[in-house]
Design a protein around this ligand. Sequence first.
Ligand SMILES: Cc1ncc(COP(=O)(O)O)c(CNc2co[nH]c2=O)c1O
Length: 408
Amino acid sequence: VDPLDVERVRADFPILERDIDGQPLVYLDNAATSQTPERVIDAISEYYRSYNANVHRGIHQLSQESSIAYEDAHDRIAEFIGADGREEIAFTLNTTQAMNTVAYAWGLNELGPGDEVVLTEMEHHASLVTWQQIAKRTGADCKYIPITDDGYLDMEAAAELITDDTQMVSVVHVSNTLGTINPVAELADIAHDHDAYIYVDGAQSVPHKPIDVKAMDCDFFAFSGHKMCGPTGTGAMYGKRHILEEMQPYLYGGEMILKVDFDEASWNELPWKFEAGTQNIAGGIALAEACDYLDDIGLERIQRHEQQLTEYAYDRLTEHEDVEVYGPPGDDRAGLVAFNIAGAHAHDLSSILNDFAVAVRAGDHCTQPLHDVLGASASARASFYLYNTREEVDMLVEAVDEARQLFA
Ligand SMILES: Cc1ncc(COP(=O)(O)O)c(CNc2co[nH]c2=O)c1O
């Protein structure tokens, strides 16, 4: 795979030219949200400038054009993750809504006392809190696959925790705190051996590596557009068609219905059954443009670029005893490093980094239970993407060294 031309890529992101108090911005908060290339920004503007209209095939020309673009965008996202077609892709606001859709639409109807939902200790609150609360409402129980000392899932424990009482396994594909890449296909096999569904949270994997939901054999898959060069307020819930055909919606209203009278309502075909009301039409169309943008560069090329940056960052940060990096080794993780330095709270550390225009995230990254397991109240997290450079890793490390001196 030939190397990625970072300078050419960076030209697509005007925001990366920004100075912060006279210093060049070093944007390393991509696990929170990625930046947006001109092509995606233009797709949004073009929609509003020339064919904005409500969808679902109104009679007039503009509605025909917006309907076709919006519906075709579903086919494009399906192709991007290896789904069979638009019937398996419901657009959502984000990963969180995709997770809640299944938890409410399927969980509330199917879960009851004695049933179990198996999660992992490294789940994001979008799945952990969702399943925890739906389990409380239905009398079901949640169980958590533990992590090992070096940040991997304990797969022996997983095989014991997933039983015939398990109805759903909900697992993060790539941890947004540890960088761990979980063996989701193996977990799908175990879940299916016990006739359980598996829901894969792909928020941190879809932007960074090729995804094939059929090879993974997951029953549901969720991700957000804003982490993969798309707009905020976009994302998707994938579901196997035969499951979505059976699943009842949980958001009711226009567009998702077929026939309504005062006593009854019937539902529209897939995926519109799960898209109630007027959607983020421009966002969905622009998300398809983001898929084209990433595919034009090549996800394998992006993945390799990030692996090189991440290993370099991991090696440089762990040179010092007083820096603790959480998760697997630098050569076996996705493009992020969460860390702490001795004597400093993550918020103070990231504030110092901001003084050097280095933008990282500080806090629990919506994984508070995981931070409890790690014995850390919070962490600073640098996360990489296609437009970051080796020099930016050096600027991160230099700023961390300044902070280490300050807090020594
Ligand atoms: C693994 C994972 N799942 C779900 C979500 C929720 O995505 P959303 O619904 O688009 O918000 C995130 C966002 N993670 C982060 C958001 O900000 N910092 C983060 O690490 C995530 O990293």
